[in-house]
Design a protein around this ligand. Sequence first.
Ligand code: AMP
Length: 216
Amino acid sequence: MYVVLLGLPGAGKGTQAAILKDETGLPHVTTGELFRENIRQSTDLGKKAQPFVESGRLVPDEITIGMLLDGISQPDCAGGCMLDGFPRNVEQARALDEALAAQGKRLDRAIYISVDTDELVRRLSGRWSCPNCGAVYNEISLPPKIPGVCDNCGSRLEQRKDDRPEAVRTRLEVNLKNLEPLLGYYRAQGKLCEASGEGLVEEVTRAVRACLERER
Ligand code: AMP
């Protein structure tokens, strides 16, 4: 099963994909994390992507699409995967459809996790993540047990550069502009399902799971 999780930054795509990965066995492929890993390791791709990622702009499609298609052609994705952060525009959605079709596969479902933008600004500005294991916390809704320290691995938490206020504004603007056409693309294919991303993490998981089950 191939699934894409759509939603504005901070909607909870990563959190839900991590939970559902254990439940469904679907690997979680996230372009944001692939970029951050390449930046940490100073690869050529990382150097090209860094100015875009840190200022909250989209990395150009010619870099992003190749990286993602490479990711989903790995053996662990042969039976399906859950994509988070890709596609972010209609061109990327078409490239994904074409790549899957070339392997005789298809995208099964696009799940849109919807959250009001004021709530997103609040979530992103209070978000801290673990650079070591990727765990995500929120100062208000999901604080770590010891302030500034990861519950899972004890590493010092960091605020992503693109979670700072100027970058948050840019990210929301860029993503809002692309969101409607993307939702329209999947609605026209009959693959779109909306899950409310407001409320408790477990409630959102239930809504996303209902979307996944509707397909089967
Ligand atoms: P995320 O962790 O999904 O919020 O992504 C962090 C940053 O990575 C974004 O603000 C973009 O700069 C870049 N990025 C992630 N996914 C994509 C994509 N599909 N297309 C272009 N840029 C992306």
